[in-house]
Design a protein around this ligand. Structure first.
Ligand code: GLN
Length: 487
């Protein structure tokens, strides 16, 4: 492995500013790593010339003494973020010719802070999936146990695979029901889903607008802190973005967890969860205890309804959001004899199976006869799920749960959509309640695949989330590197 690939984001930030190496050198190391890991399929698009231009500008800023917070650090972007003049497909055939004329707020903030763009990363089509297998251009591979062909998780599978394989220093992701946290867990990296409203959704391809949230996928908790510092912030172009100042998350590192109360929800140790994950769950609890936290058993009684509620609300919003892809305004058109036929052919050819399934479910639950029975009911139960969290957060500061019930499954293993949906069981509840969550790697299972633990915090307590996650990170000392990582 090139020595430069060993630096994590925080280390590289310091080293570049201390002139240990240049951004052009670092960016070139990553461009080579992208080639070396090409078979993983993480990148849909690379922009080498642009990357090197940005790196050169960063080196000049450093030489001039005007370095910005992420100056010269090369990162990848999930293909859900619109990038000006650079193809943005949301991994869908229907957007195969879409070159946005604008830049998403979150990516613009990253470039404004000096980050260098490496390219666009694959994901499940329109971020609908948990395995990256619904991507129009084919699945992405997890760099762990490469010969076993394991899923990187989804929908931010390209982002997670790129960070774990050292072909991006860090990456952006979006999380609607777990799409940052679950792939982070499967690939042995850290993924942070901020509070709903913490980052602007402007310029992100919409899936389910009341749930979608952008966040970082990184190697360490400190890296997440550094990257989220730049991604977060109020944006008048997104009416749901929160007008709240976030403290500098770097100041939240090394704060410990003494005196904090950690809730352990009893609903998160149900049947079907792997023994290795249970073992590490118990170990993580002991680490927090050892660090001076108080462990409190809690209950979130409506958890069992979270998946059914999510799979009504998310498809309902998706069916409405995806109505815009009609062959007229965006993307690829397939001509027909009439306007109706053009719509049918465009959408029939442009969308994949999973996206069509969700559009049909969503249209059904919003239809006049069924709206009250399904959509409205789901909204009411969502409220109860949120109240469960409100109640426990009167007693505790954070919740600790496993990120997923199993470690990464094999590509092609989950053919039935319902078994795939079950994989989101631990990530969806916090999404429905709009709460921030982080997944971080704590160890390997018997077969050598990473295990992720999730911490959930009160709304807008990303600072506390970072401090507490770092305590677990320090105990876990997860220093394993995927066998498929760039060498
Ligand atoms: N796996 C979930 C789904 O398919 C979550 C996806 C996401 O968070 N974007 O909807």
């Amino acid at each position: 492995m090139s020595d430069l690939l060993k630096f994590n984001l925080l280390q590289a930030e310091k080293a570049i500013k201390n002139k240990e190496f240049t951004s052009v050198e670092l960016t070139n190391a990553y461009i080579k790593a992208i080639d070396d890991t090409y078979s993983l399929g993480a990148y849909l698009e690379t922009v080498k010339e642009k990357s090197l231009d940005m790196a050169l500008k960063s080196d000049k800023n450093i030489a001039d003494g005007v370095a910005r917070p992420l100056e010269g650090l090369p990162i990848g972007v999930k293909d859900m973020f619109c990038t000006k003049g650079i193809k943005t497909t949301a991994s869908s055939k229907i957007l195969d010719n879409f070159y946005p004329t604008y830049e998403s707020t979150v990516t613009q903030k990253l470039w404004d802070d000096g980050a260098v763009m490496l390219g666009k990363l694959s994901c499940d089509e329109f971020a609908m999936g948990s395995s990256n297998e619904t991507a129009a251009k084919g699945n992405v591979k997890n760099p762990w146990l490469l010969d076993k062909q394991v899923s990187p998780g989804g929908s931010s599978g390209g982002s997670a695979s790129a960070v774990a394989s050292r072909s991006a220093l860090a990456a952006t992701g979006t999380d609607t029901g777990g799409s940052i946290r679950q792939p982070a867990a499967f690939c042995g990296i850290t993924g942070l889903k901020p509070t709903y409203g913490r980052c602007s959704r402007w310029g992100i391809v919409a899936f389910s607008s009341s749930l979608d949230q952008a966040g970082p996928l990184t190697r360490t908790v400190g890296d997440s802190a550094l990257m989220l510092n730049s991604m977060a912030g109020y944006d008048k172009k997104d009416s749901t973005s929160a007008d709240l100042k976030m403290p500098d998350l770097i100041d939240c590192l090394d704060k410990g967890v003494k005196g904090k109360k950690i809730g352990i929800p009893k609903e998160y140790t149900q049947d079907g969860i792997s023994n290795d994950i249970i073992k590490f769950f118990e170990t993580s609890i002991n680490w927090l205890k050892d660090a001076g936290a108080e462990i409190v058993p809690v209950s979130l009684p409506h958890t069992k309804y979270a998946l059914p509620v999510y799979y009504i609300i998310a498809p309902a919003e998706a069916s409405s959001n995806l109505a815009r892809y009609d062959g007229v305004r965006f993307g690829v058109r397939k001509e027909g004899q009439s306007l109706d036929e053009m719509y049918e052919l465009t959408r029939g050819n442009g969308f994949g199976e999973e996206v069509k399934r969700r559009i049909m479910i969503g249209t059904y639950v919003l239809s006049s006869g069924y709206y009250d029975a399904y959509y409205l009911k789901a909204q009411k139960v969502r409220r109860l799920i949120k109240q469960d969290f409100d109640n426990v957060f009167e007693k505790v500061d954070f919740l600790l749960t496993p990120s997923t019930p199993t470690t990464a499954f094999s590509l092609g293993e989950k053919q039935d959509p319902l078994t795939m949906y079950l994989n989101d069981i631990f990530t969806v509840p916090a999404s429905l309640a709009g709460l921030p969550g982080i997944s971080l790697p704590v160890g390997l299972d018997k077969s050598g695949l990473p295990i992720g633990m999730q911490l959930i915090a009160r709304a807008f307590d990303e600072p506390g989330l970072i401090s507490t996650a770092q305590v677990i990170e320090n105990y876990a000392e997860f220093n394993f590197i995927a066998d498929g990582a760039a060498k």
